[in-house]
Ligand binder design. Structure first.
Ligand code: NDP
Ligand code: 2IT
Length: 449
């Protein structure tokens, strides 16, 4: 980047940091985007004159609220709830809810900001939002989770709606939580409408939504490999996490002939050099989704190694798929991955690579599919769930999967269109500019809002 652009980026970031002190994840997400966008808007002054970027880093609305609930002992607990309504230029706010003790305003603003670009890339009419709470679902009973989610929805319901804001799942929010949230909304409003996605099949859900993020991240990896006349077949894959995204990334990668050798949770990772086949994955799904146990049990059951307190990036692999959380790959780990032969990164998680790690990938010109492109399959199928709810109709598994595959191909093409530089495809630049243009043009058309 030229010195002039670098100065502009630094000036812009200084304002963002001064205005949003201590929101370090938000600064990181904005910095990555403005590095791509500032050179672009210098050449496209209509965006610069209308201060589109200054407007995009300011949420349209932030809702913060008290969530009191009773635990099983009868004691009062108090958590903080949030919904960040970031941008509605191209559709209703759309994005997940995260329940994790690390949730705070800065984390959710980073996620909501990323979501604006990601949703634009899907080609579907969805704005960007994110929400959640610092509630920790770990170790809580079903009844405690229900009481918490009912209290959370007792405030959130007045801010959402099928044409206003449509939340979904994220870390700590799966089918169980969406069910409780939906039930409470219906009770409060006396309305059966598509105000959440990720719903159960019996009550307005879409086939393939649970699978969509993980499958989509594998489809995106496959698209990247296609550009080098290569494929997933025969590749060794390291995956982090063992939740929704990691599980279905494992399933699809295995179906495509790859061998997935790691999974993890916040306690450590398992390394299974023989590969996590369908039977072993069924065990993981029961362990994580029903018994809500720890991944270490996999090592005990299958006699493989468990590495306590470590992340899986030291193993030999061709493809790495971080599917747990933000900043879970640092510079050293990125270097280790590359030294061990890894040449494809497809991010199921949001912002899992640190800025220094991204620099390592980019300098080495490996295939780096960043989260807002690679993991957009989840929200894309959420968009398809909204369409099906509006039509009061359901597509088949094959129909939804075909649409998901086409969307991932289209996202890849958008990244190539805006990010191709000679033989190299800069997916960061491609996804950021590709996501930006549609939202920015809509904002220009809608006047000063
Ligand atoms: P889940 O709650 O189903 O699983 C999360 C997994 O990540 C668990 O294995 C969890 O381990 C691990 N994890 C979470 N936080 C940490 C942490 N701080 N350190 C180490 N491990 C951690 O969530 P999802 O699979 O839905 O989400 C995973 C990632 O994918 C997130 O970044 C999310 O934003 C992103 N994403 C999700 C989409 C979706 O549709 N669900 C769509 C697009 C992106 P443990 O159980 O020990 O906490
Ligand atoms: O980060 C994400 O894209 C999600 N958690 C999914 C959002 C959604 O609305 O399906």
């Amino acid at each position: 980047m030229s010195n002039v652009y670098e100065q502009r980026v630094n000036d812009f970031m200084a304002k963002v940091i001064a205005k949003n002190p201590s929101e370090v994840e938000f600064h990181q997400a904005v910095h990555e985007v403005v590095e791509s966008i500032i050179p672009f808007i210098e050449e496209n002054p209509q965006y610069k004159d209308a201060k589109i970027l200054d407007r995009m880093v300011e949420p349209e609305r932030v809702i913060m609220f008290r969530v009191p609930w009773l635990d099983d002992k009868g004691d009062v607990q108090v958590n903080r709830g949030f919904r960040i309504e970031m941008n509605s230029a191209i559709g209703p706010y759309k994005g997940g809810l995260r329940l994790h003790p690390t949730v705070n305003l800065g984390v959710l603003k980073f996620l909501a900001f990323e979501q604006v670009f990601k949703n634009s890339l899907t080609t579907l009419p969805m704005g960007g939002g994110k929400g959640g709470s610092d509630f920790d679902p770990k170790g809580k009973s079903d009844n405690e989770v229900m009481r918490f989610t009912q209290s959370f929805m007792s405030e959130l319901f007045r801010h959402i709606g099928p044409n206003t804001d449509v939340p979904a799942g994220d870390i700590g929010v799966g089918g169980r939580e969406i069910g409780f949230l939906f039930g409470q909304y219906k009770r409060l409003r006396n309305e059966f409408t598509g105000i959440l996605t990720g719903k159960g099949m019996e009550w307005g859900g879409s086939l393939i939504r649970p699978e969509a993020t993980g499958y989509g991240a594998v489809y995106f990896a496959q698209e990247m490999l296609n550009t080098r006349n290569d494929s997933m077949n025969g590749k060794i894959v390291a995956i982090s996490g063992s939740g929704n995204v990691a599980q279905y990334a494992t399933e699809k990668a295995t179906e495509f002939g790859a061998k997935v050798v790691t999974l993890s949770d916040s306690s450590g990772y398992i390394y299974d050099p023989a590969g996590i086949d369908a039977d072993k994955l069924a065990f993981v799904m029961e362990l994580k989704n029903v018994r809500r146990g720890r991944i270490k049990e996999y090592a005990d059951k299958y006699g493989v190694e468990f590495f306590a307190g470590q992340r899986p990036w030291g193993v030999k692999c061709d493809i790495a798929m971080p599917c747990a959380t933000q900043n879970e790959v640092n510079e050293e780990e990125a270097k280790t991955l590359l030294a061990n032969g890894c040449f494809v990164i497809s991010e199921g998680a949001n912002m899992p690579s640190s800025p220094e790690a991204i620099e390592v990938y980019q300098n080495a010109k490996i295939l780096y599919g960043l989260g807002k492109a690679a993991n957009a399959g989840g929200v894309a199928v959420s968009g398809l769930e909204m369409s099906q709810n509006s039509m009061r109709f359901n597509w088949t598994r094959e129909e939804v999967d075909a649409k998901l595959q086409q969307i991932m191909k289209d996202i890849h093409s958008t990244c190539v269109k805006w990010g191709k530089d000679g033989d190299y495809i800069d997916y960061v630049k491609g996804a950021n500019i590709g996501g930006f243009v549609k939202v920015a043009d809509a904002m220009l058309a809608q006047g000063l809002v």
